[in-house]
Design a protein around this ligand. Structure first.
Ligand code: PEP
Ligand code: MN
Length: 293
């Protein structure tokens, strides 16, 4: 018998869950390997870094600090999907080059967004994981293209996508032969305007029940409010997220993009020490580098 929710929709793997992403097809959790960093196992993986790569000092200072604080993967956009064409659009390939330089120094794998099928090859040649942003979750040619490349994919939930549409987008990637996909809840558009988006944490246990793919949460875009990032990050870990992607900037007040929702370096460190306790309480862990004394 298929379990139903009050709206009578199948919630436990009925026809609304596409087959390749379905836990019915593959009961065990998928572990995504990003150059040696495993997402979907017992460790909760922290991805951190600036919204956009702006310059060498900004990226390198931020990356060194988040690494020391416990981040395992570095984020940073080189091609930015901005609402206004007059806003900073990212450094493009120069940003990708800076990401690969700091990866060499810190050893942190990097994740960065691709927005266009014509740039998949270029981005894949620098990135350890390719991000498909919220605005492109239903860009089917782009999903097919990244499905054909042999890099892990971080797929962000479309801001107007249902859980079913989100899983169908992931199915496009798996269908092309790439099963290294991480799902990211990043907030949806609702009638509420006090936050940038409504972070749908109920999607985390739902996605984990319906699918074998790892699920992470982005509390930065999910709230759009710096002070709300720590409480929602903690809640995300408590509801079973396999990781977090957090915007961190060494000088948020000077950021060219999303500074108002970026943690500074100290705020990031404090958050990680709180998250470690929550992870332990639910039988998981977050590891941080040993202090160099
Ligand atoms: C981002 O993570 O840089 C980003 C633009 O997020 P989203 O696609 O979720 O808006
Ligand atoms: Mn951002």
């Amino acid at each position: 018998m298929i379990e139903t929710n009050p709206c009578n929709k199948p919630v436990n793997g009925g026809s609304s869950v596409p087959s390749r992403v379905s836990r019915q097809t593959k009961p065990d959790d998928t572990i995504v390997n990003i150059n040696g960093v495993q997402v979907g196992g017992s460790e909760i993986v922290i991805i951190a870094g600036p919204c956009a790569v702006e310059n060498r000092e900004q990226l390198f200072e931020t990356a060194r600090s988040v690494k020391a604080g416990g981040a395992k993967i570095l984020r940073g956009g080189a091609f930015k999907p901005r609402s206004s064409p007059y806003n900073f659009q990212g450094l493009g390939e120069e940003g990708l080059k800076l990401l690969s330089l700091i990866r060499k120094e810190t050893g942190l794998p990097v994740v960065t967004e691709v927005m266009d099928t014509r740039q998949v090859e270029l981005v894949a040649s620098y990135a350890d994981m390719i991000q498909i942003g919220s605005r492109n979750m239903q860009n089917y040619p782009l999903l097919k293209e990244v499905g054909m490349c042999r890099k892990p994919i971080l797929l962000k939930r479309g801001m107007m996508a249902t859980v079913e549409e989100f899983l169908l987008a992931a199915e496009y990637i798996l269908h092309q032969g790439n099963d290294q996909v991480i799902l990211c809840e990043r907030g949806i558009r609702t009638f509420e305007t006090s936050t940038r988006n409504t972070l749908d944490l109920s999607a985390v246990p739902m996605l984990k029940r319906l699918s074998h793919l790892p699920v992470i949460v982005d509390p930065s875009h999910g709230t759009g409010v710096r002070w709300m990032v720590p409480p929602m990050a903690k809640a995300a870990v408590a509801v079973g997220a396999d990781g977090l992607i957090i915007e961190v900037h060494y000088k948020p007040e000077e950021a060219l993009c999303d500074g108002y929702q970026s943690l500074n370096l100290d705020e990031f460190d404090r958050l990680i020490s709180d998250l470690i306790k929550i992870a332990q309480a639910i039988g998981r862990e977050i590891s941080v580098p040993k202090p160099l004394i």
